[in-house]
Design a binder for this molecule. Structure first.
Ligand code: GCO
Ligand code: MG
Length: 405
């Protein structure tokens, strides 16, 4: 028996953020949804799906998820890379959604069933100065969060990625033809960050899990200095301390600190993480299902990481769609070495387009028990929010040279 794919459609919608959504329909009328959002490069993935993979999907058996994954991964000749892997990831999510709906079970049941009752989640707190940051952290605690990522401004700068003077909201991407440019000052950051994070720890006491994201801005020496000065803050993790390309450099950093390290949100395949995993240079792997070939590939990354006592903690910002979040939660519920899920919530307009069955309670998330991934997409609502170009800001050193992301 086969379940034939009869229609493939790609929606690009912008209810506050640009999201690329894949819709696959089968000959028995089942619709599966996948997320294909690659922040700032959305249309490249949409074209990859519309122009190359979509036509090849027509007539294929929707039930053959692994074979379809291998067909597109091995069959492309040009393997890996964010655009390719996001496109394959979207197909993978849509096919898991279809299989769940066809069998009447939530996707986590197809992955082996629940390995935990609920998924610990962390959110973002931001404030330009300490009082604003503490207010933001307190708000998050009042909302029930048990784990919070704390980011602040830096004295001498006007803006730091994701934190704006006097603005409570998080505005990571600016609309327009090119990215906004920000200044960056490593020395000022290194002087300031330990003080502010120590003050946050003192304010919240020992229980709250505190995280901090460096966004690839340091070299290994600077990262070691920062980590050593933060040892007493008891961070749950320090994220993306250095650019992720030259991973051998992290060997020396690991000898300098016991702070857990989290890396991987820009990775697309297991090959991007192989050294980090086999040498255990990280404690948490951050790869998101949407960006690394979907559930089928990320669960292999997590199985590989499990052997090295590394846990999954996927990227889950508001700039990928609720379909990605749901897929991550199904995977997380069914995976024993899954630690925590990033969750920032969404603009209300996002819920007009994506209705999701996941629920947040008391600092934990659960994907819900609807068949498939549990996300309905309202295509009329999606059409009301057309795509507009938007990009993450870039940063320059004080002398005007480009800074690493
Ligand atoms: C995170 C990320 C974000 C990214 C953004 C890129 O940990 O959530 O680092 O802050 O910059 O999601 O698309
Ligand atoms: Mg990050």
């Amino acid at each position: 028996m086969t379940r034939k794919i009869v229609d493939v459609d790609v929606l690009v919608t912008s209810p506050s953020r640009n999201f690329v959504t894949l819709k696959i329909t089968t000959d028995d009328g089942i619709v599966g949804w996948g997320d294909a959002t690659l922040n700032g490069r959305e249309l490249s993935v949409a074209s990859y799906l519309r122009d190359h993979l979509g036509p090849a999907l027509l007539g294929r058996d929707a039930d053959r998820i692994e074979d379809t994954w291998q067909y597109f991964y091995k069959g492309a000749y040009w393997r890996r890379g964010p655009v390719t892997m996001a496109a394959i990831g979207a197909i993978d999510l849509a096919l898991w959604d279809i299989k769940g709906k066809a069998l009447g079970v939530p996707v986590y049941q197809l992955l082996g069933g629940a390995a935990r009752d609920k998924i610990l989640t962390y959110t973002h707190a931001t404030g330009w100065d300490l009082p604003e940051l503490l207010d933001s952290v307190d708000q998050r605690r009042e909302q029930g969060f048990r784990a919070v990522r704390a980011q602040s401004g830096v004295p001498g700068l006007d803006k730091v990625y994701g934190v704006t003077k006097g603005a409570a909201s998080y505005e990571p991407a600016g609309r327009g033809a090119g990215p906004v440019e920000e200044d960056w000052d490593t020395a000022a950051y290194l002087r300031h960050a330990p003080k502010i994070l120590s003050a946050v720890r003192e304010h919240v006491g020992p229980e709250l899990k505190l995280l901090h994201d460096v966004h690839h801005r340091l070299n290994p020496t600077e990262a070691a200095r920062l980590a050593r000065s933060l040892e007493d803050v008891d961070l749950f993790w320090l994220e993306d301390v250095t650019p992720a390309e030259n991973q051998r450099l992290l060997r020396t950093l690991r000898q300098q600190t016991t702070i857990p390290l989290a890396i991987g949100e820009v990775f697309n395949t297991v090959w991007d993480a192989e050294l980090l995993i086999t040498e255990r240079l990280i404690d948490y792997i951050r790869t998101a299902v949407v960006h690394a070939g979907g559930i089928s590939h990320v669960r292999k990354i997590l199985a590989f990481a499990e052997v090295y006592q590394i846990k999954g903690a996927p990227h889950g910002p508001s700039d990928v769609s609720p379909i990605n979040l749901s897929a991550s939660l199904h995977l997380g519920l069914a995976t024993s070495n899954f630690a925590i899920q990033e969750y920032m919530g969404y603009d209300p307009a996002v819920s007009e387009v994506f209705q999701s069955s996941f629920r947040f309670e008391d600092g934990y998330l659960h994907p819900g028990d609807e068949p498939g991934l549990g996300v309905q997409v309202d295509e009329d609502a999606a059409a009301r929010f057309p795509y507009t170009q938007a990009y993450l800001p870039i940063a320059r050193e004080l002398d005007g040279s480009m800074k690493d992301w």
